[in-house]
Design a protein around this ligand. Structure first.
Ligand SMILES: C[S@@+](CC[C@H](N)C(=O)[O-])C[C@H]1O[C@@H](n2cnc3c(N)ncnc32)[C@H](O)[C@@H]1O
Length: 144
């Protein structure tokens, strides 16, 4: 298992949370990193402008073995006006359809591509907790 993030702080946090799990921790820019023969790639809350996102997604899906799976979750564009939390810059938000468009030319079978609700709890400012809905986009696909 390989984990990639360009922040050493994030890598250190992941290492702590992972405990004894056998993970190869890589501090690298995900827009240039490539793997090979991956069974599964999980790309979670990677929010960068569209051109960089396209390069990174192209690289990671090209790194899957035939039959390998991509699981991608991100803050959805609609979260800005309909949801809560997450980045407030629309340039780094996306939809499931944007993610599929990034992969034009790669042969994939789309299993899921949709907007999904994520319930979060937040302080109401008066010492109580309220629940709110954050909107994510979710894509699951298999490389052919
Ligand atoms: C919201 S956090 C998500 C962290 C983790 N993937 C998770 O889901 O808990 C976004 C992460 O993306 C990383 N990141 C942003 N741009 C990156 C890039 N070009 N290459 C690698 N990591 C990047 C940041 O360092 C940060 O740790």
């Amino acid at each position: 298992m390989t984990a990639v993030d360009f922040s050493q702080v994030a890598i250190d946090k992941g290492r702590t949370l992972a405990g004894d799990l056998p993970v190869d921790w890589v501090c690298a820019d995900a827009t240039t990193w490539t793997g090979s023969d991956l069974d599964l790639a999980v790309v979670a809350y990677f929010q960068v402008p569209a051109a960089l996102r396209r390069t990174a997604m192209w690289n990671v899906v090209s790194s899957l073995r035939p039959g390998g799976t991509l699981a991608r979750v991100a803050h959805d564009s609609s979260n800005l006006t309909e949801g809560t939390g997450g980045p407030q810059d629309p340039a780094v938000l996306m939809t499931a359809s944007d993610i599929l468009d990034d992969l034009e030319g790669i042969d994939v079978e789309v299993v899921r591509a949709e907007r999904v609700a994520r319930v979060v709890t937040a302080d109401d400012g008066h010492g109580s907790e309220v629940t709110k809905t954050a909107w994510d986009c979710l894509v699951r696909l298999v490389r052919r």
